[in-house]
Design a protein around this ligand. Structure first.
Ligand code: EPU
Length: 421
């Protein structure tokens, strides 16, 4: 059985480069279907979620190959619009293939998507967006989306949803002269990077990063090269770890407009930061008085991301006297509480939205199981903070989104090893 062995850290020191963004590349991989040709995706993270997207594309008839971190996708030979591959139930982003297949072929048939067990993860807003665009939608054991966009459309997304925004955009791109307006779109950087990629492929999309996105449909896309941006959640995970154990680190390729909600909340917990061009220097004292009280609520961008909530909770267990977390996005995202408590944390979950953390002096290392991707990363942080050694089982969850969390932490002078028993 494999696990991550995490040894107590006396502080993080060193430099790290951040892998390409998972949540940026996954919809872009689905969107390659819109171009009946070759798309080159640079800085593509080698993670299992990407492998599953490639499996689905290959099952559809696409040709995909990796050269280090460059993914070359040729979708010209795709001859199916139906996905029943097991990989669909393993990954949430498979739902984005619906928009891509419907956009290119005028029909898509797919089994229900899976993903981390962090909430109900409905797809009603995706299907409603397809209906508003004029597609016919039928649900039984599979989902069928059929039709073409034949007139201008004004879509009002019924939920603030990253995936539904992506599906609405992707299914509209090839609408050949129609003007599509998508209202109530989310503003996440991953939406901006998807639209930039599609525009590079020949689409005409304006307004990404605002709640109103305008698309003028084009007839076809063309071959292009896309560069995936650094993963803000992976970077945030290392910032959280620094906050947990102290030290001084440099995050190298992060850009100068890194997520302010992440920086501001860890600043309150003692992390000082300064940008030098494309790099971010961060410092945090190892020994300091815990912050009296801090409340953090998750929200859509530009709010504090739900994907950083588990890591923040791990840090709060010793770095705040009283911490309150309000989880507003998913109903089942306090999955790491049991494991953190096993390590000595004092946490009371008072509803599926609210958790109270009472700071303790220290955590203690033990064997824990990662319950999902971000909770797994949070347990790595808790392991660095804890006395002794922590073994984190179920490493496959972490490998869904972190290319090499162990190597990255070693670059930052910590001892995190991938072990096989
Ligand atoms: N929702 C609905 N109906 C829908 C769609 C969503 O009610 O049709 C609800 C969800 O149940 C949830 C909320 O809306 O309560 C937000 O869900 P959203 O659709 O925005 O999430 P997603 O697209 O499934 C992406 C990321 C998640 C990230 C969320 C929120 C990808 C592949 N996944 O999921 O990333 O947490 O947005 O930012 O982009 C992760 O990386 O660990 C991860 C879970």
């Amino acid at each position: 059985m494999s696990y991550y062995k995490v040894t107590h850290s006396e502080g993080l020191f060193g430099e790290v480069e951040i892998q390409g963004s998972k949540n940026s590349v996954l919809p872009i991989i689905a969107a390659t279907i819109l171009n009946s040709g070759q798309t080159i995706i640079k800085n593509c993270p080698r993670i299992s979620d990407v492998d599953n997207m490639i499996k689905i594309l290959s099952a559809l008839g696409a040709n995909c190959r990796f050269e280090k971190n460059i993914l070359v996708v040729d979708t010209s030979q795709i001859n199916k619009n139906m996905i029943t591959d097991n990989a669909v139930s393993r990954i949430r982003s498979s739902v984005i293939f619906m928009g891509a297949l419907a956009g290119r072929f005028g029909s898509a048939r797919i089994t229900y998507p899976g993903g981390c067990n962090i909430g109900e993860r409905k797809i009603d807003a995706h299907l409603d967006a397809f209906s508003q665009l004029g597609f016919g939608v039928t649900e039984n054991e599979n989902i069928y989306v059929e039709g073409r966009i034949t007139e201008d459309k004004n879509v009002n997304l019924k939920v603030k949803s990253v995936g539904a925004t992506e599906n609405a955009i992707i299914s509209s791109v090839l609408s050949d002269g129609r003007k599509i307006v998508i209202n109530n779109a989310v503003k996440e950087p991953e939406i901006v990077s998807l639209c930039e990629a599609l525009n590079k492929m020949g689409a005409d999309i304006k307004g990404a990063g605002t709640s109103r996105i305008e698309i003028v449909g084009v007839r076809k896309l063309h071959d292009s090269e896309i560069e995936i941006c650094p993963d803000r959640i992976v970077a945030g995970t290392y910032i959280a770890a620094l906050c947990g154990v102290g030290g001084s680190i440099t995050i190298k390729n992060i850009g100068s407009d890194y997520d302010k909600a992440i920086l501001e909340n860890f600043y309150k917990l003692g992390v000082n930061y300064k940008f030098y061009g494309n790099e971010l220097d961060l410092k945090c004292a190892k020994i300091r008085r815990p912050l009296e009280e801090i409340t953090v609520s998750t929200a859509v961008y530009p709010g504090f991301p739900t994907d950083m909530q588990s890591q923040l909770m791990a840090v709060m267990t010793t770095r705040a006297v009283k911490g309150i977390i309000v989880e507003n996005i998913f109903e089942n995202r306090f999955t790491n509480v049991l494991m953190l408590k096993k390590m000595g944390a004092s946490i009371a979950v008072v509803s599926d939205k609210i958790a109270f953390i009472s700071g303790v002096t220290s955590l203690k290392g033990c064997s824990v199981e990662a319950p999902d991707l971000r909770s797994g990363a949070a347990l790595c942080i808790a392991g660095l903070m804890a006395e002794g050694v922590t073994k984190i089982y179920n490493p496959h969850y972490i490998l869904r989104g972190y290319e090499h969390i162990d190597e990255d932490f070693r670059k930052l002078s910590a001892k995190v090893e991938y072990m096989e028993e």
